[in-house]
Ligand binder design. Structure first.
Ligand code: URA
Ligand code: SF4
Length: 471
């Protein structure tokens, strides 16, 4: 007998329906996956409390499946739900290792969809271009983008983190997302027929979206979140609510909530001057107090080298020696970098060397100051300085040393060990390259591992040297 599973077409919606089907032992070919459409009443669903943790159940699946499924849920193919359930079913019916079997037809199909989503996510990050709009005395940044898949919500936390200090909207035919410095809000997509020409995004935004930031509406949103529906009828505004909710359904999932917490702005914007004069920008950076790291670092360690350079190296943050010297890469990691550059035939004097974060983050350990990895928020707070350096230097090749630099430049998806050794475009440079951080060589467990790591690092740097002779 065919059973219909009706669900909200989001990962959480599917997950809930899938869990119920699984617990009822409903095999994959007996389910008809029926998405709840736009025209269905959202109100009843909106009231349903979203559990902070997934409800306890007997369903245990590998973490990898959940990760992949979260992305694949955003794919435009309506068959994705059935595919996800088939894989889930097989995993929980004796094929626990299924995700590892790349040649399996279902896993292959899943991987293809996953790849398409990652690609789309990356494209949105690389190609969203904001235009400024003055609205009621405030500057808004508005962009138009056409994703191939339903990735707006998946990608929103990234934009909230990166552009935490700005008010912005990204309009798409699928969904629109807005950030007012505190909250992400989602609204319906813009009809494709209204897709604006490059510079006509402003009237569109004014027409559809400016009004959703009217405080009265925001309050309605807060109210509906906090007050059970049965009380609404007593409120004078009550009859307005369904209409407002229909127009601005702000179902914020737990991922958004997490992101909001991490992106909540108590950092103020880095005071980057518009100037193209490197010395002017550096001077301003030396007075930066945009994130708390200035309190514990001795000084801002700005980039150094030739600012006409075609080659830039980006590290993570200054270490103990750099913090005291005020120059990047002069301590143990810097010396190793110098040696490796020389072995690869690159003259450090011709390169510009900087860090993703300009203050040393550390924790005390006895008399020593131990390096502590900067948080994504600190990286985001400091990124305007990196942007300014890149704007001035305009390199032809950018080399990210290690994960913090790579993620600051290419976004959180990048993985150093997976992605090292190849060139790819970034917001800063067409030829952006990822390799390990030199200090990772210092951490190798023994001499043989150290030598091998060094050899691989040199091999990467030689690719950079070769690219420099070609660009
Ligand atoms: N590690 C870095 O990432 N940068 C430095 O400047 C020194 C050590
Ligand atoms: Fe400013 Fe960067 Fe230093 Fe934070 S780390 S205070 S953003 S220069």
């Amino acid at each position: 007998m065919l059973r219909q599973a009706t669900f909200l077409p989001t990962f959480a919606g599917w997950q809930k329906a899938a869990r119920a089907a699984l617990l009822a032992e409903t095999p994959p070919d007996s389910i008809l996956w029926q998405e709840i459409g736009e025209n269905q009443p959202l109100l009843d669903l909106a009231e349903e409390p979203e559990p902070a943790q997934p409800a306890r159940s007997t369903v245990k699946v590998p973490k990898k499946f959940v990760e992949v499924a979260t992305r694949v849920a955003c794919h435009a193919d309506p068959q994705r739900w059935a595919l996800l359930y088939r894989v889930l079913w097989r995993i929980t019916h004796g094929e626990h290792q299924l995700m590892e079997i790349a040649v399996d037809a279902d896993i292959h199909a899943l991987a293809q969809m996953d790849k398409a989503i990652r690609h789309d996510v990356h494209k949105m990050r690389a190609f969203v271009r904001f235009r400024t709009i003055e609205h009621e005395g405030e500057t808004w940044y508005v962009a138009w983008f056409e994703p191939a898949h339903h990735i707006v919500e998946l990608n929103a936390p990234f934009f909230a983190d990166r552009f935490a200090q700005m008010n912005w909207s990204i309009l798409t035919p699928d969904r629109c997302v807005h950030w007012d410095g505190k909250d992400l809000t989602f609204t319906e997509g813009v009809p494709k027929s209204e897709a604006p020409l490059e510079d006509a995004v402003e009237p569109l935004w004014q027409k559809y979206y400016a009004h959703i930031f009217n405080p009265a509406r925001v309050k309605v949103h807060a109210m509906t979140k906090e007050m059970p529906k049965r009380y609404w009828k007593n409120l004078p505004e009550a009859q307005l609510i369904p209409e407002l909710l229909r127009k601005a359904p702000t179902r914020v999932n737990s991922m958004m909530a997490k992101s909001r917490a991490s992106a909540a702005v108590d950092f103020h914007p880095a005071p980057v001057p518009e100037s193209d004069d490197w010395a002017v920008v550096k001077k301003a950076a030396c007075g930066c107090t945009a994130c708390p790291l200035y309190k514990t670092g001795t000084q801002t360690v700005f980039g150094e080298g030739s600012w006409k350079s075609e080659l830039v190296f980006i590290g993570e943050q200054p270490g103990d020696s750099e913090d005291l010297a005020g120059k990047p890469f002069v301590g143990p990691a810097g010396q190793l970098l110098d040696r490796a550059l020389a072995d690869a035939g690159i003259d450090r004097q011709l390169a510009y060397v900087t860090n993703a974060v300009k203050h040393f983050k550390w924790v005390p350990s006895g008399k020593r100051r131990l390096h502590k990895t900067p948080s994504p928020r600190e990286v985001a707070a400091c990124r305007p300085w990196l942007e300014a350096e890149m704007r001035i230097v305009k390199p032809k090749v950018v080399v990210c040393l290690g994960s913090t630099a790579a993620q600051a430049v290419l976004g959180p998806e990048v993985r150093v060990l997976r992605d090292r050794g190849t060139f790819r475009p970034s917001a800063f440079c067409e030829q952006t390259f990822v390799t390990v951080h030199p200090s990772s060589l210092l951490r190798a467990p023994d001499e043989a591992a150290r030598e091998e790591a060094y050899r691989l690092f040199i091999a990467d740097l030689k690719k950079v040297a070769h690219k420099m002779s070609a660009v």
